[in-house]
Design a protein around this ligand. Structure first.
Ligand code: AMP
Length: 462
């Protein structure tokens, strides 16, 4: 099937042609005709499947007829994070270049002034995160009674982030005759309940998970002790043909510390996580996209759904607690037909998480290296772990010998050394901070991702 066969306008076909897309992806082929028929849809699809275009394309054609009115957006797209909202806006610009449609992006972390001005002029499409939208709504800056089409994107992530009450609230402000499209990677009960309440006779569409079905991603588990993670990572970065990589950590603190450590070792790296303001996040992202930095250390929330072309590797410095996060993380590579590799570090404490991941993806992931005995000091409780002396630091620096780290990684040793590490002169000794995953107290060890189900807080997505 080709785009020309599914009844899109000539202007859209031209924009698609210029974007280099000729054939719809499965989600696009299934969803676009339903949206054109004004049906509500529930689409079970992940990022990487082309799901954004599956609502952006038909929405552009629907909006082509009609005019925007002041403070009354004609359609609304809800996204869980600012980055995803910005990405959807980019899609609108790309596919809507031959249409005269106006758009406003309402996201937290940026000045409200321009957003309000755009709204006052009247917009066809409003792309928003729920928090900022509710904020402006409550200030009387928006009327949602003219919204004929609503997209709730990444609904399961909205759930993880606690946005469902906001979404329910928003739904009640829209006309009941609207068309609603709900996209989610999974369908946990609270999302099903939301769909039952706010969608009308929806068409249910499900496409294969890209990461599990994606033969373009080679996946590996790397047995490693907590203490050796940085050594092993640096070694992999040196021995693998890494053109660029996203490195995921479970906590903001780890993101920050790992980025600092990588920079000290001469790698060109940056970081994104929830504590970094929007402008800096965009800057880091642009630097990564432009190739000014090769490594992006990230938290789940900040990196959710990021669409960067040609990411060669994903490293899970910490194994994710949620199996769905694994699928999302590794889906940052192997995109649009390219090949990618995903390495997940596994400590003894991660075995249960790995079991859930393998269950979800329906495969055993190849393991590299033997299970190491815990490194010296690792089993000591937090009470015994005082501040490290400079001799302890020196010892740690000495353990930066590649051969020690590589011992556990025999199967990948045969690779060419594509890129020697860009070592600066003599790397300074790292400041060794306590590691929360070893049970040590930290000022900032707030979990930056979804609340794990086993803590009994919130809803699980599995
Ligand atoms: P998404 O799942 O919306 O994040 O899209 C994933 C990637 O697929 C993005 O880089 C899109 O630009 C790309 N894409 C979307 N539609 C198509 C298509 N029909 N053919 C090839 N690539 C596409």
């Amino acid at each position: 099937m080709r785009f020309a066969d599914i009844g899109l306008s000539d202007e859209l076909l031209r924009a698609l042609n210029e974007a280099g897309y000729d054939a719809p992806t499965p989600i696009q082929a299934a969803a676009i005709p339903q949206v054109q028929m004004m049906r509500d849809i529930i689409a079970i699809a992940q990022t990487g499947t082309g799901k954004t275009a599956s609502f952006v394309l038909p929405m552009i054609d629907v909006l082509a007829n009609g005019r925007a009115r002041a403070r009354m957006p004609r359609s609304l797209i809800l996204e869980p994070t600012r980055e995803l909202a910005a990405q959807v806006a980019e899609n609108f610009e790309k596919y809507g270049k031959y249409h005269k449609l106006s758009m406003a992006l309402l996201i937290g972390g940026v000045q409200m002034g321009d957003q309000v001005k755009a709204l006052e002029k009247g917009v066809d499409v409003l792309i928003a995160t729920p928090g900022r939208l509710m904020d402006l709504f409550e200030r009387g800056k928006i009327l949602l009674t003219g919204c004929e089409m609503l997209v709730i994107d990444e609904a399961d992530r909205m759930l993880d982030m606690g946005f469902i009450p906001d979404i329910e609230n928003i739904c009640t402000k829209l006309p009941t005759t609207r068309q609603t499209l709900l996209f989610s990677a999974t369908m946990p009960p609270p999302i099903k309940k939301l769909a039952d309440k706010f969608l009308s006779n929806p068409k249910y569409i499900e496409v294969a998970r890209p990461a599990t079905a994606n033969v373009n991603i080679e996946q590996f588990l790397v047995n490693v002790s907590q203490m050796k993670k940085r050594d092993v990572l640096r070694d992999l970065l040196r021995t693998e043909t890494v053109s660029n990589a996203i490195i995921f950590c479970n906590r903001k603190t780890t993101v920050r510390e790992l980025n600092t450590s990588l920079q000290r070792h001469g790698f060109r790296s940056g970081e994104i996580h929830g504590d970094i303001d929007q402008a800096s996040r965009q800057k880091q992202l642009e630097a990564f996209k432009n190739g000014d930095i090769d490594l992006l250390v990230a938290s789940d929330v900040a990196a959710r759904g990021l669409d960067v072309k040609g990411v060669s590797h994903v490293f899970n410095f910490d194994a994710p607690w949620h199996p769905d996060d694994y699928v999302h993380r590794i889906g940052r590579t192997g995109r649009a037909g390219a090949k990618g590799k995903a390495f997940t570090f596994v400590t003894k404490a991660d075995e249960e998480a790995i079991e859930s991941i393998e269950k979800l993806i329906g495969n055993k992931i190849e393991r590299l290296g033997k299970i190491e005995a815990p490194a010296e000091g690792e089993e000591r409780g937090p009470a015994k772990r005082g501040r490290r002396t400079s001799s302890a630091k020196t010892k740690e620096m000495r353990s930066d010998r590649p051969e020690e780290a590589v011992e556990a990684l025999e199967p990948v040793r045969a690779k060419t050394v594509a890129k020697p590490a860009r070592e600066k002169k003599a790397p300074k000794a790292e400041t060794v901070k306590p590691d929360p995953s070893n049970g040590e107290a930290l000022g900032d060890d707030r979990w930056n991702g979804p609340m794990p189900g086993f803590l009994g807080v919130g809803f699980g997505t599995t």
